[in-house]
Design a protein around this ligand. Sequence first.
Ligand code: 5GP
Length: 207
Amino acid sequence: MADVKHLRVTYNDIHNLIRNATPKIVKEFNPDIMIAIGGGGFFPARVMRTFLRESSENKAIQIQAIGLSLYEPVQGTSAEQIGHEVIRTQWLGPDAGKLLVGKRNLIVDEVDDTRKTLSYALVELLKDVEGELLTRPESEREALRSATKFAIFVVHNKVKAKLAEIPTDTPYFSGADVEDVWLDYPWEATNIEEHDQLAAADKATRK
Ligand code: 5GP
């Protein structure tokens, strides 16, 4: 990906984007639980928990983890091309539906690129909810279904044509909307001091 523009982001950049985004999320969604998509969603979810606790009277917010990965079915397909599929590398346990039903579930990831991962996560979590509802008395199902909410938070949303959709009734929050660049995250760096120095130099040249 030599010719793709890169944007280096630091831990502090991410921390501050999450701090700035959280009050709106508390006001408009007030999550009970976070579903972090690994690995990139783990650090953001943990940081967000600190700010959620601060803004919502110390409410304890559980973080659950799922692992999703995009793979390329066609050999030689570049990372930018369509045709990617999402595979589960980790999921909630057998009680997934129980965990989600009746709750305000915030799905957290680091970046929304093509949107395939987020769309897959939402569709599959909704299937777990429906599976759980089938075990409940029919008379309770509709009330439980409407009490079960999902929203999405990503640290960065790339402003570009998306290959999958999020339903309009699902609140969507991003820490920052960015152009279609490749984001270099600090947890991918092997030399964090160098990463931070290069990020600072990039910022200085952008000023
Ligand atoms: P999507 O399904 O939205 O196309 O992509 C989701 C996944 O692709 C992300 O969770 C992330 O792992 C990876 N990805 C997409 N764009 C970027 C990027 O700019 N930087 C990094 N480091 N990973 C990315």
